[in-house]
Design a protein around this ligand. Structure first.
Ligand SMILES: [Zn+2]
Length: 281
């Protein structure tokens, strides 16, 4: 699933080619893409609107229009939002929607698993999208400090589970939670409330570092993720533990293990990320 670095890469690659473009035609081939609109109402409201900017919150893309409405896109599992400079090329399999621009090119939403969603709402009604309205702070934002993280982890839940909770921190998913915990040498099952001050500081640093590095590499392509230009990311080549079960830990050569935490596959090094459950720290 695309996480913060992938969604941010889509934003950065789409902005230069989509900003200031006027939507001339709208086609939705899969109506469930629009949980709150009929295709007719959605297209009527978006046709002739200019995209003035693209913002991001967590894993949501927020297309600002020259009207109070915002087009809010969530890629979910397999969604791809790709700009094509040439119009009316044959549709790829699993194309859910396309937006043809007045001037040049078109924007296509391709989604194999079909969990992706698009909303059209004014900012004043963002509360209608529970996941967007309840998002925690942006981990790369200035207000995400060590103290913020210390506050967010005060829970008996496993730290890995807390990191995946979008209402605690926006944008982290399975890949970057595993990578951040490995870098900070924290066992994924350790309860958040039992992290030491030093562990919280290390985790704060590792979350921001891994997200920044992944953005610089245009995200991680395991299978479906593509940038707004249709390219794969590169960070899959830099992963230290995620999906590396049985391969040697880059620090100590102990084989990476996989366990389930809160139902999610979790990869860690049992030597570098030790946690003695009977110990009180
Ligand atoms: Zn190790």
């Amino acid at each position: 699933m695309p996480e913060l670095p992938e969604v941010e890469t889509v934003r950065r690659t789409l902005t230069p080619v989509v900003k200031n473009q006027v939507i001339a035609e709208c086609e939705v081939f899969y109506p469930r893409l629009l949980p709150r609109n009929t295709v007719e109402v959605f297209c009527a409201q978006i046709i002739n609107r200019k995209i003035t900017d693209i913002k991001r919150r967590g894993k949501y893309l927020l297309f600002e229009l020259d009207s109070p409405l915002r087009m809010i896109v969530h890629l979910r599992m397999t969604g791809q939002l790709v700009y094509q400079p040439e119009q009316n090329l044959p549709l790829a399999k699993h194309t859910s929607a396309r937006f043809i621009f007045k001037n040049k090119g078109e924007l296509r939403f391709v989604d194999q698993r079909k969990f992706g969603t698009i909303y059209l709402l004014p900012e004043a009604q963002y509360h209608q999208i529970h996941g967007l309205y309840t998002l925690g702070p942006e981990p790369l934002g200035e207000d995400f400090t060590v103290d913020t993280l210390a506050d967010k982890v005060q829970s008996v839940r496993a730290v890995k589970t807390i990191l995946l909770d979008q209402s605690k921190i926006a944008g982290l998913g399975n890949i970057y939670a595993d990578e951040a915990l490995f870098r900070a040498k924290i066992h994924p099952l350790k309860p958040g409330s039992r992290l030491t001050e030093a562990e919280i500081a290390a985790l704060h640093h590792s979350i921001r570092a891994v997200l920044r590095e992944a953005i610089a590499e245009h995200g991680t392509t395991i299978k479906d993720y593509r940038t707004g230009s249709g390219d794969t990311g590169n960070f899959q080549n830099k992963l230290l533990v995620y999906r590396r079960t049985g391969k040697p830990c880059p620090n100590c050569s102990t084989p990476v293990e996989r366990i389930k935490v809160g139902g999610r596959s979790t990869h860690f090094c049992p030597h570098c990320q030790r946690w003695d459950q009977d110990c009180t720290d």
